[in-house]
Write a protein that binds this ligand. Structure first.
Ligand SMILES: C[S@@+](CC[C@H](N)C(=O)[O-])C[C@H]1O[C@@H](n2cnc3c(N)ncnc32)[C@H](O)[C@@H]1O
Length: 291
């Protein structure tokens, strides 16, 4: 597959941005509004507004996914971060409101241009402050670019490599290529790989995602990306551990929802305590280090 095919994955970032609108994640509302995220989601749903049953699962799932990465970075104590496939998360700006981090946010070249324009707009309108240590750069996560990493990260400082919502679209071979790139960065810098992306499709919560809107969203994603979210997924935690161990990593899975942050979307979209409990049991953040 030629490299520019990855651009077909980029619109999914608008779906994520729309779901974040129901949370207190910094800048979520302003970003979703400016990128027309609601229209994209309506398009996926063939003109319908998202059903309450869709929102009550997806909004807290994506809020927890974002926030557990923030918490993972904080508790790692690492002071520089490289994020792959950042999309519209703007986590570097959000975290630098309260911490001082060197934060390299990357995505595909075309998405990178879109993000630069959006950042300019948000700065012009006073939503974002100018943060000299938050750098945006183009990077294909399956194509190593040691020069780019060396240019932007301090050489003798450990790094947190993070991403969310990337590996789910990739074949095993592509997941492995990302892992090898991460291994190379960790070998040079030390540090940790933090990601919720090693999802396991046998999760208990997923069995409840039966509303037709889930199917429509899956079909819309499969049609536009030519990729199936389920096709190349892991089926068990042990399978993820074997995959990572075979590449020289030691992996520790932890619950994403661990009480360290509030799930603000729960009240707004009407997620029940039972639904939160299922998400708590299913959703994992992977803390991965070189052995
Ligand atoms: C579901 S979105 C997630 C975006 C962001 N992480 C978030 O949570 O808001 C998937 C992202 O992966 C990016 N992407 C797809 N293929 C990529 C690749 N080969 N290298 C880097 N980024 C890629 C897309 O441009 C898009 O921003």
């Amino acid at each position: 597959m030629s490299l520019d095919h990855y651009d077909t994955i980029s619109p999914t970032a608008r779906l994520v941005a729309e779901m974040r609108r129901y949370s207190d994640i910094p800048f979520a509302e302003e970003i979703a509004e400016r990128i027309g995220a609601a229209e994209v989601v309506r398009g996926m749903l063939e003109g319908e507004a998202p059903a309450a049953e869709l929102l009550c699962w997806m909004a807290p799932t994506l809020e927890a996914r974002y926030k557990c990465v923030v918490e993972g970075i904080r508790t790692s104590g690492v002071k520089q971060v490289i994020e792959l496939a950042s999309g519209f998360s703007f986590r570097g700006d959000a975290m630098n409101q309260t911490a001082s981090l060197r934060y390299l946010e990357t995505d595909l070249a075309e998405m990178h241009e879109t993000r630069l324009h959006l950042r300019d707009e948000l700065r012009r309108d006073g939503v974002l402050a100018v943060q000299p240590h938050v750098v945006f750069a183009p990077l294909n996560a399956v194509e190593p670019d040691g020069a780019l990493v060396a240019r932007h990260l301090l050489p003798d400082e450990p790094v947190a490599v993070v991403h969310e919502g990337l590996l789910q679209y990739f074949s095993m071979d592509e997941k492995q290529r990302v892992a090898l790139q991460v291994a190379d960065i960790l070998r040079r810098h030390g540090g940790v790989w933090l990601t919720p992306d090693f999802e396991v499709i046998s999760g208990a919560a997923l069995k409840h995602w039966t509303h037709p809107h889930f199917m429509r969203i899956h079909s819309a994603i499969a049609r536009s990306t030519h990729r199936s979210l389920r096709g190349a997924a892991f089926t068990s935690v042990e399978e993820v551990e074997r995959f990572l161990s075979g590449l020289g990593f030691q992996a520790t899975p932890r619950p994403q929802i661990d009480g360290t942050f509030p799930l603000s979307s729960v009240g707004r979209v009407g997620t029940t305590p039972e639904q939160v409990e299922l998400l708590r049991r299913d959703r994992l953040l992977w803390e991965i280090r070189l052995r």
